[in-house]
Design a protein around this ligand. Structure first.
Ligand code: ADP
Ligand code: MG
Length: 607
């Protein structure tokens, strides 16, 4: 019997390869854009018709091709980007596999027009099903234009698999946006069915992000920047309060290549822990620069996956950088640091981990009953009268602000307590405070919750909660299961400031409760509510148990709308709020502070 193995004809091999490289019009778009970028273009124009099914045309002003190259580029494994295997680990170009054009030419009608600047005449080639139909010289502008018509014309199964034009267009848009974000200095335009969808002039990354996503994003972005020996990181993350219900706006670029990376995504999301509403996804557009020798891009033909040599270190760097940015910029952007606003202490000159957190010490001399109105007791004021002496924020806080970089910042710090207009309470609900550029409105309840929450968390860390002694210790008896639950939580409950110990069967004696409780509940009620909340949240939120307890207690202890505050109460609240790590995000991820600028006011008054 004769031998039966034969080499496949190129056209068939290319068609098979095409299955991997080109799944849909958007994949072809991606390859064409990458080629234009590799060709050094700074102007890229994309035109599509019918979701890319009838036409995808890409016009660039890159280096163009010679007559021979124009012919060769459609051969499989034809590439100008690598020459030897070693080059695979020094890849700086988007393409390198040399199979995109060969694949596309196997499954569509392709027309290539190209001219190098140094050539007088350009070349036009028509190719279909891997066969060159025509090649001729033509007078052309410098650069390259490739048209892909009737994608999958010779693979009906594939063509039938394509989704509606609208769906295919969405995929194309996604590819286009990735490229546009990755290369803000390239001028991009996109036309679809005769309509201009994007025109993005060369610009900064921030402008590009705003152009791609919309004007309102201007104030949603927080810059991230980090230089380390392993990677350089830069880009923007979204403020937590603007996180969306869908995952859409999340972009990683490694050496300017868009990648999907659940592991790195996890690092970013982890940095948002505790400040995002459940099931919401923060925006990020982050660029990682890394030595190409330390990664392997050649994991998949579409090149959206990467293997890293030092994955864990990258995870850690990413997480801490994002966290730091969130901490540092977590204030409304219009607060003007260059002026005397009193919020200067929010600027941390050093990375947060170098800063020792302010330690809270318990003042043993504090006596809640040392009060001129003993009958009303400790709960007469929404914020305990002597809370300042109760919690001595250790004075270190002042030296951690110094020295600041830059002159303007130095100026701010000189005035530790700048003159400020008195805050004003609106409807016993919001606090209005003037700032340099306008005014802010603070939701008093949300603010107090945030303050207490962070304070409780700190106490839990230090295992030391400030407590107020009860006049008459109370015994509280629980059901068997609740008793067990409290016993399990005892160290954490104590850390919140409860003085509580076991007292026989299913019973505790409570000798003190957290110092900041202002709700007028008694020991039993406080514990009951805490427990109830805890059980409820446990099933709903899946937070670590300490965080959950701190949350519940903060909720119960915080002042409610309708509580009248004195000017001092308000000033204290503002000070404490701005000393928080996340002053602007409420416990359920909503804003605490709204900023109104003079500019806005003037516009509204139409001046
Ligand atoms: P790869 O990009 O992996 O090298 P492609 O099949 O995408 O493979 O392209 C093959 C070659 O064709 C490239 O290496 C490049 O030399 C050339 N080429 C493709 N598109 C362009 C373009 N827009 N401008 C200049 N040269 C191009
Ligand atoms: Mg390519």
């Amino acid at each position: 019997m004769s031998d039966i193995i034969q080499l496949l004809p190129d056209a068939v091999a290319n068609q098979i390869a095409a299955g991997e490289v080109v799944q849909r019009p958007a994949s072809a778009v991606k390859e064409l854009i990458e080629n234009a970028i590799d060709a050094g273009a700074d102007k890229i124009k994309l035109i599509v018709k019918d979701g890319g099914k009838s036409l995808i045309q890409l016009i660039d002003n890159g280096c163009g091709m010679s007559i021979t190259d124009a012919r060769l580029c459609f051969e499989r494994h034809a590439t100008s980007k690598i020459r030897k295997a070693d080059d695979l680990f020094a890849i700086r170009t988007m393409g390198f596999r040399g199979e995109a054009l060969a694949s596309i030419a196997a499954i569509a009608h392709v027309e290539l027009k190209t001219r190098r600047v140094e050539d007088e005449l350009g070349t036009r080639i028509e190719i279909a099903g891997s066969e060159v139909v025509r090649q001729e010289p033509e007078a052309l502008p410098a650069g390259t234009s490739i048209s892909i018509k009737n994608l999958f014309y010779n693979i009906p199964a594939r063509r039938n698999f394509l989704k509606s034009n609208a769906v295919e267009m969405r995929h194309i848009l996604e590819e286009f946006q990735r490229a546009a974000l990755a290369y803000p200095t390239i001028y991009f335009t996109l036309h679809s069915d005769g309509q201009e969808l994007f025109q993005l002039p060369a610009e900064s990354l921030k402008q590009r992000v705003v152009h791609v996503f919309g004007n309102s994003y201007n104030q949603r972005l927080v810059p991230v920047e980090e230089e380390t020996t392993i990677i350089n990181l830069n880009g923007f993350i979204g403020k937590p309060e603007y996180a969306k219900k869908t995952r859409g706006e999340q972009y990683f670029f490694v050496n300017n290549r868009f990648v999907k990376d659940p592991y790195l995504n996890h690092a970013v999301v982890k940095a948002y822990e505790g400040i995002l509403a459940a099931d919401s996804f923060p925006l990020y557009v982050l660029f990682i620069e890394i030595d190409p020798a330390k990664i392997d891009i050649n994991v998949h033909p579409t090149k959206t996956e990467i293997k890293y040599e030092d994955e864990r270190a990258i995870y850690a760097i990413l997480q801490s950088a994002v966290k730091r940015s969130l901490g540092r910029y977590n204030i409304t952007p219009t607060l003007d640091f260059n002026q005397e606003t009193g919020f200067s202490r929010m600027i941390s000159p050093k990375p947060l981990e170098e800063i020792t957190p302010p330690s809270i010490t318990f003042n043993p001399d504090y006596n809640p009953f040392d009060n001129s109105k003993p009958s009303e007791g400790r709960r007469s004021s929404p914020i305990p009268d002597q809370w300042q002496t109760l919690y001595q924020i250790t004075e270190k806080r002042t030296d951690i602000q110094l020295p600041l970089h830059g002159e303007e910042h130095g100026r701010v710090v000189e005035s530790t307590r700048p003159t400020r207009k008195q805050p004003f309470q609106l409807h016993n609900r919001y606090i209005m405070s003037q700032i340099h550029s306008g005014f802010i409105l603070i939701d008093q309840q949300a603010a107090h919750e945030r303050i207490l929450f962070e304070q409780f968390r700190q106490q839990q860390e230090n295992r030391q909660g400030a407590s107020q002694q009860s006049l008459f210790p109370q015994t509280v008896t629980f059901s068997g299961s609740d008793f067990q639950l409290i016993t399990d939580l005892l160290p954490d409950i104590r850390a919140l400031g409860f003085q509580i110990r076991e007292f026989g069967k299913n019973t505790f004696v409570v000798e003190g409760i957290p110092a900041d409780l202002t709700t007028g509940l008694d020991e039993r009620e406080v514990l009951d509510r805490l427990l109830e909340d805890y059980k409820h949240n446990q099933s709903q939120l899946k937070l670590p148990k300490r965080e959950q307890l701190a949350r519940s207690l903060a909720r119960h202890a915080a002042i409610r709308p309708g509580t009248e505050l004195t000017t001092e109460d308000m000033a204290d609240l503002i000070d404490r709020l701005f000393a928080c790590e996340m002053p602007n995000v409420s416990l359920n991820g909503k804003p605490i502070i709204l900023t109104f600028t003079l500019q806005e006011l003037m516009e509204r008054f139409e001046r």
